[in-house]
Design a protein around this ligand. Structure first.
Ligand SMILES: [Ca+2]
Ligand SMILES: [Ca+2]
Length: 159
């Protein structure tokens, strides 16, 4: 390999590494489809990455086909590295407790999507990634747990 070829090779490696870091650091981390009483549904996002991520204009949606409940993220919202954001639904929404959740960025790219979740507990138990933030694209990433909106997911501790 010539010196020029080597330089090109190293540059390509560098670009691949950078785009890997800039990938989908933000995940859907915890979902409450059936809160106790008539409280609002909510979805927690978590930033797995080492850098803050601006999420202005991103949209979190609960989808229970054909119904969709969009929760647009306000302008100026940043999720710090290893930080959280909780998107809240509307009290006007129905009381269905099944659905899946999608996260779409400001450019319309789907960043994350959950499997179909059914939460028939009518309590402060939720479905969340455990260990916190784990994303192997498997349903087993998700566990039933006590709600921890805006903080680290812990396996259910009954109080
Ligand atoms: Ca619940
Ligand atoms: Ca949590």
């Amino acid at each position: 390999m010539s010196r020029t070829e080597l330089n090109v090779f190293i540059s390509v490696l560098f670009i691949v590494a950078i785009s890997g870091i800039g990938g989908c650091a933000v995940v859907i981390n915890e979902v409450e489809l059936n809160p106790a009483g008539n409280a609002t549904k909510w979805v927690e996002l978590y930033n797995n990455g080492e850098d803050d991520v601006e999420v202005s204009g991103w949209v979190v949606s609960i989808v229970n086909t054909p119904w969709i409940g969009p929760m647009p993220i306000p302008e100026g919202t940043v999720i710090p590295a290893k930080g959280y954001y909780v998107a809240e639904g509307s009290l006007q929404w129905g009381q269905d407790y099944s659905g899946y959740v999608t996260l779409v960025d400001a450019g319309g790219f789907k960043v994350d999507e959950t499997h179909l979740i059914t939460d028939d507990g009518d309590s402060d138990f939720t479905f969340g990634r455990y260990p916190n933030g784990v994303d192997t694209d498997q349903k087993s990433d998700w566990k039933l747990m006590k709600a921890t909106p805006g903080s680290q997911n812990l396996l259910s501790v009954r109080t």
